[in-house]
Ligand binder design. Sequence first.
Ligand SMILES: CC(C)(COP(=O)(O)OP(=O)(O)OC[C@H]1O[C@@H](n2cnc3c(N)ncnc32)[C@H](O)[C@@H]1OP(=O)(O)O)[C@@H](O)C(=O)NCCC(=O)NCCS
Length: 154
Amino acid sequence: MIQIREATLEDIPFITSIFRDTITHVNSKHYSEKQIKVWASGASEIEKWEERIKNSYFIVAELNETIVGFAYLSNGNCFDGLFIHKDYLRRGFGTKLMRIIESKAISTGYEIIKSDVSITALPLFENQYYIVERKQKKNYKGLSFENYIVYKEL
Ligand SMILES: CC(C)(COP(=O)(O)OP(=O)(O)OC[C@H]1O[C@@H](n2cnc3c(N)ncnc32)[C@H](O)[C@@H]1OP(=O)(O)O)[C@@H](O)C(=O)NCCC(=O)NCCS
């Protein structure tokens, strides 16, 4: 059974390892080697992960006490991150985390949730009725990344 709970600072090594591995093995289908290297390097920015856990609604999905994915919501209705371990894809875990993130935004009083989603994650968001506002090129550490600005009415 998958269990969802709020993240703690002790989870950071597991969260950053999933972040690095998922980008390297899953997002690599849609982004260049250079983009993947730069994006995955965000795993080492421990202070930023600490800030995210402290200041966002940050949840992890556990299967048999092993973290297999995570998601976080910033500023009340910005769905800023959703990552599932490469060995646990297409089992509904991404959708489950998404539902809990959306419920949090609803319970805080928001009627719209928004996100910037990767090319890789777009099929999941479209499957869950998010609308693409536009495609954009986002600058990260000097490289341009194509992704999509999406939103959903809650
Ligand atoms: C996007 C991601 C979170 C999806 O997680 P997941 O647990 O595999 O998603 P789910 O099992 O809940 O998928 C639900 C539905 O979304 C769609 N979907 C999900 N991944 C898909 C893919 N790679 N291709 C096509 N459709 C996909 C399907 O309709 C799927 O239903 P199905 O499996 O019954 O066909 C995962 O692929 C991931 O971590 N990707 C890399 C990280 C990333 O880009 N995150 C977003 C950063 S902005």
